[in-house]
Design a protein. Structure first.
Length: 160
């Protein structure tokens, strides 16, 4: 069993274990189906045809973000693809109580069940999203290291 990744947020320390790989793939499919259209809408006005092949090879997320972004189009697309129930369901799936435990101020680690989630995030919705981002990082970090780098080689081959 993989070791848990520790993440501290305020008085709480969370211990995040990776999801079952098939649950992670299922979640990834649903996330991309919901969020990629909004990302596409945001960059819909970017004319990649006017960018040279050399610039495309060296394009980074930072340079892409410097392009004209249609934030209204992205928000319209996102709002048509997600509602409160969908968002709540995504967060419940991401914050899987079987894969997260927590402790408060150095206390004993406990299961991060529904009651604990309510206690910790009552009045702290941004904290819930921050923890969800950490869970996604734990579960998909290897996916991002295998993507091509700006030089075109996969991250794994750069380590050799």
């Amino acid at each position: 069993m993989p070791d848990a990744t520790e993440y501290t947020q305020g008085d709480y320390t969370f211990y995040i274990r990776p999801m079952d790989p098939f649950k992670a793939l299922d979640l990834l499919g649903d996330l991309q189906k919901t969020f990629l259209p909004a990302i596409g809408a945001a960059f819909g006005k970017v004319d990649l045809g006017s960018i040279s092949a050399e610039e495309k090879r060296n394009m980074t997320l930072s340079s892409l973000l410097k392009q004209e972004v249609d934030i209204n189009g992205a928000l319209m697309q996102l709002s048509s693809g997600i509602n409160g129930i969908n968002l709540s369901n995504f967060l419940l799936r991401i914050l899987d109580s079987d894969k997260i435990s927590y402790s408060r101020a150095g206390g004993e680690a406990k299961k991060f069940d529904k009651a604990a989630q309510i206690e910790v995030f009552q009045g702290n919705l941004s904290g819930m999203f921050t923890l969800a981002w950490q869970v996604l990082r734990v579960n998909y970090a290897d996916f991002f290291t295998m993507l091509p780098s700006p030089t075109g080689s996969a991250g794994e081959s750069e380590k050799t």
